[in-house]
Design a protein. Sequence first.
Lengths: 303, 303, 259, 259
Amino acid sequence: MKIDLSTKIGKLKFKNPVLTASGTFGYGLLINEIFDISRLGGIITKSITIRSRPGNPAPRIVEAACGMLNSIGLENKGIENFLDEVLPKIKSFNTNVIASIAGETVDEYGRLAEKLDRNVSAIEVNISCPNVKKGGMSFGQDLSSTKKVVKKVRRKTSLPVIVKLTPNITRIEDIAKASEESGADAVSIVNTYEGFSIDIYRRNSKLGGFSGGLSGPAIKPLALFAVWKVAKNIDVPVIGCGGIMNFSDAIEFFMAGASLIEVGSATFSDPNASLRILKGVKHFLEEENIKSIKEIVGIVDEN
Amino acid sequence: MKIDLSTKIGKLKFKNPVLTASGTFGYGLLINEIFDISRLGGIITKSITIRSRPGNPAPRIVEAACGMLNSIGLENKGIENFLDEVLPKIKSFNTNVIASIAGETVDEYGRLAEKLDRNVSAIEVNISCPNVKKGGMSFGQDLSSTKKVVKKVRRKTSLPVIVKLTPNITRIEDIAKASEESGADAVSIVNTYEGFSIDIYRRNSKLGGFSGGLSGPAIKPLALFAVWKVAKNIDVPVIGCGGIMNFSDAIEFFMAGASLIEVGSATFSDPNASLRILKGVKHFLEEENIKSIKEIVGIVDEN
Amino acid sequence: MNKIRDYYSTVVNNTLIDNNIYLIEMFLPEFDGKAEPGQFMMIKIDETYDPFLRRPYSILECKKERLKILVKIVGKGSEMIAQKKKKDRLYVLGPLGVGFSVDKNSHSVLVAGGMGIAPLWFLARGLMKGKKKFSIVYGERTASLLGKEMDKTFGERVFFVTDDGSRGLKSTASDALPSFLDNLPYRESTIYACGPHGMLKEVINFGMGRNIPVYVSLEERMACGIGVCLGCSVKRKGKYGFLTVCRDGPVFKGDEVEI
Amino acid sequence: MNKIRDYYSTVVNNTLIDNNIYLIEMFLPEFDGKAEPGQFMMIKIDETYDPFLRRPYSILECKKERLKILVKIVGKGSEMIAQKKKKDRLYVLGPLGVGFSVDKNSHSVLVAGGMGIAPLWFLARGLMKGKKKFSIVYGERTASLLGKEMDKTFGERVFFVTDDGSRGLKSTASDALPSFLDNLPYRESTIYACGPHGMLKEVINFGMGRNIPVYVSLEERMACGIGVCLGCSVKRKGKYGFLTVCRDGPVFKGDEVEI
Ligand SMILES: Cc1cc2nc3c(=O)[nH]c(=O)nc-3n(C[C@H](O)[C@H](O)[C@H](O)COP(=O)(O)OP(=O)(O)OC[C@H]3O[C@@H](n4cnc5c(N)ncnc54)[C@H](O)[C@@H]3O)c2cc1C
Ligand SMILES: Cc1cc2nc3c(=O)[nH]c(=O)nc-3n(C[C@H](O)[C@H](O)[C@H](O)COP(=O)(O)OP(=O)(O)OC[C@H]3O[C@@H](n4cnc5c(N)ncnc54)[C@H](O)[C@@H]3O)c2cc1C
Ligand SMILES: Cc1cc2nc3c(=O)[nH]c(=O)nc-3n(C[C@H](O)[C@H](O)[C@H](O)COP(=O)(O)O)c2cc1C
Ligand SMILES: Cc1cc2nc3c(=O)[nH]c(=O)nc-3n(C[C@H](O)[C@H](O)[C@H](O)COP(=O)(O)O)c2cc1C
Ligand code: FES
Ligand code: FES
């Protein structure tokens, strides 16, 4: 049986719905040494900022129950470095390259979008990073800021605009709706959950940056529910993300309403995770006699 | 060394800061067959409603990564049954018996509080249950409803009033502040996180009640951070809850700002968990030469 | 009731006795060996939090400081338990719940479907030891080694049925039950059943129709196993309200619960 | 660089070689055995999600299809790895990072503190095989079996220091280093160091003061081990920006990073 795994965001075609999550895959170059990443539906870069950012002090990683806390703090070399040094190397990947952007102001988001216009396949607008003092999650926790950022980005680029939402909020469906209304072509759900962990002997946070974001299997049931809540409420595609470790997790996200998924921390426990998940999804559809991934998107609902 | 474990909520004394969380310990009677529950600082009953409630359809429990989802739906036999049948049996426990209450309306909370006045040691106001259609979490997600419920309960009882908050919210510290201002003597943080899980072969939620609440170690970093955020912002004691499995988790909560803690799902994986944790806390304080638990409450903060 | 305790036990033996089914024998220090057939134990899989919850297993046999259970691999938890080797350690909480109480004045008919045999095996061994007469109707998909084991242990008392006719009658346990009972030379009988949902339902209906008392052992998702979480509630029949499978059951009278 | 692969390996041997320290030998199918001293492997503990992350371990020795690591129990993950028995299976990703590159024209002085010996052991074995001259300054809290093992393997090349004087000089490795170097009959030497943070700092400072090149192998919390998460960044010295310990290191020139 020929399985149709393809899907679309706006006019952008994806050969399959498996992407890699921002900040967990670098720019694809290193993992491309392990497997041919062109087989994936797309990759999303580490979030890019206007200026180079050093990131947060160590330790930036601490293990949590069935997951991890990170407080990287958006370390990256800035947009110019990305355009000059990184982009030439990754442009040749035979898959969608989505640039994640993070600004400290609405204006910065606009400038980033403008610079990336025509250079990548799509833009993911990160308004949900819990690990920075300025910008980040505070935009995504506020309806009017969300609208301002999305509208600004929308005006500055003709690329598909994906808005990455924070789950640290009462009604994520409202922010998703606002994003859609402001011109987003898709939303990705979710970024990490705010948390931390204490070293009881040193009497301090285990993270150099004090608080961090929780990712991994621990958050899966929450992320899945967020996807379900949002998918019912908007018409643009939802990209599901949060604790996806295997094909079965991925299928859960599709059934809850995600049209695509992002594999995040799973890559740390298995660098082949995204490819393995892609294969597993395909195999599941074959076994269950499902001809197109679209048949199962959002199939689960309350009775 | 003599360790002082005692603490207070309003005028109510606790011999130690280890309580058991609502819905995870029944009314203490069954576990009292396993160990002498009078050794604990207190127990909190399953939430009591005005009328008897059958609860949600099965399955009500599904395992999640490092945790569990439940959708019990506040099954209980109602306040009259509690007063007539249960209370006489548990009044004799030589520890604080805290009654958890859940109403569908502000008025119901008031009536429950009134009926319990003078009958128990304190009242925990559950405005955070994610598993009911009416009332529950919707109160705790809204500032003005929170105030109304807390004020009503406050007027109807002279007992210490503890408000149990939901973490499914953007700024839990605001709801905590509102509770304090409305007369709460303490807040407990947190109730479960909304989530669910899908059976990809049956194409349906694994829970009879569709969505459920996530508890267990998976949520610990999030709950701990919620406690820290709230404790800095209010003056009344915070009761920490969420994924506490051992003494070290408990100490983390104290250091983040909790004056007392509640042991929840840990009791399922080990019915002796609450007692084991109490002993572990005491032992830690001895080893670290800390004379009173109060010395470490809230000791961890950003630099 | 016996005191519930959490035994830090040691695996003494783990034998694959059938495709995907393991017989695990454990040493439970200080366990007095007293338990009713139908009672179960909650088994903690290891010290980490994944899997998180204990898993319920019927007591297959027990005596002083010894316990046997039958584990069928159906998912992650059962697989991890099945992989335990000699000397591995496990926390085992129990004995839990209310077991079968046998009516001594009537002939016991044990109806088991697949893994439903575990608690009934225990019951049958007790009846055998007490020199009581009883019969077993044992249904399975296809002839298994487990069935062979039963044949060895209970001999003629077992009436075999299989879905595919590979041993005994080609039928299901519940379908075979009526004529099996008709052919029994006893006036009064009581049915004790454990197995898949559908089978239990049919057995209960049959019993009610014929006025034969039926006791069933139920399975439900469990978190605590001791009656405090209300995760395993089943509806009462006729009356309003719920009963917990772990504390009020797992054995119920057929007309007590809605299944 | 060698191709990074995830080997589904089997424990061949696990020996307690000192208080809390285990020497684990593994079979890595298809591993070509090529790796530099200082490179490490990321070890997945088991199939469950708790623990969640892999743990980094230096290559102690390796050859075709064989790998040895030294594991000290310091927490849950290391304890679980240390408990693996013969025939247990583990995913092992590597070889990772950049190892030591030896300056052949100068005398190598290896400075190891405690478990910091692992990558330097590998380096020393290579030097020995290449019939190169080298010295080791090995510091530990108290005389251990590991030290004895070193004595057996590297003989006179090892200069022992212990905090409590139970073997060799009563000193720390970094304190003992200056006079040790002064007594060496070589004009040029290069220092290769691995051990606790404080020790590395002192060794770097000493080297800079004397104009002796120092290479250090760093440890940092890691999630991916391959350079994609930026969890293990360390500050560049002098220049702006960070380097990743897992990809740019773990071995750095002493004046390259701020530690
Ligand atoms: C009182 C009682 C006695 C039992 N006795 C035995 C026994 O003697 N031998 C035996 O092999 N099994 C017995 N079971 C079933 C056993 O508990 C489950 O097979 C086991 O918990 C599954 O765990 P898992 O992690 O492998 O499955 P999961 O991966 O969690 O789920 C796999 C499948 O198993 C089913 N399942 C999961 N948990 C339960 C549960 N608590 N009860 C019933 N089904 C469940 C689910 O429907 C699911 O389809 C008993 C169950 C109960 C309630
Ligand atoms: C490149 C590299 C090579 C290493 N080589 C070896 C080796 O050959 N032998 C050996 O025994 N250990 C080695 N380590 C350290 C080893 O990785 C840690 O001891 C292990 O990850 C701890 O896991 P845990 O779950 O037991 O500890 P946890 O319970 O997570 O933590 C216990 C303590 O260990 C420390 N720790 C945790 N993770 C790391 C880490 N990634 N790096 C450093 N310290 C950590 C923490 O500060 C904490 O105090 C190496 C580390 C790195 C980065
Ligand atoms: C180490 C790390 C770094 C991350 N960096 C970013 C980032 O730069 N931008 C972003 O939008 N999300 C970032 N995330 C969030 C992930 O993209 C993803 O949303 C989150 O980890 C949840 O998915 P998971 O559970 O599959 O990991 C990061 C996550 C981790 C663990
Ligand atoms: C099975 C179950 C039933 C619960 N019932 C209630 C309840 O009736 N009222 C309430 O306020 N919280 C209830 N809770 C929430 C717990 O009291 C606690 O807040 C939550 O489980 C988080 O703590 P934990 O991670 O330690 O379990 C319930 C939790 C579980 C798992
Ligand atoms: S399993 Fe908790 S009440 Fe039965
Ligand atoms: S551990 Fe991920 S970049 Fe080094």
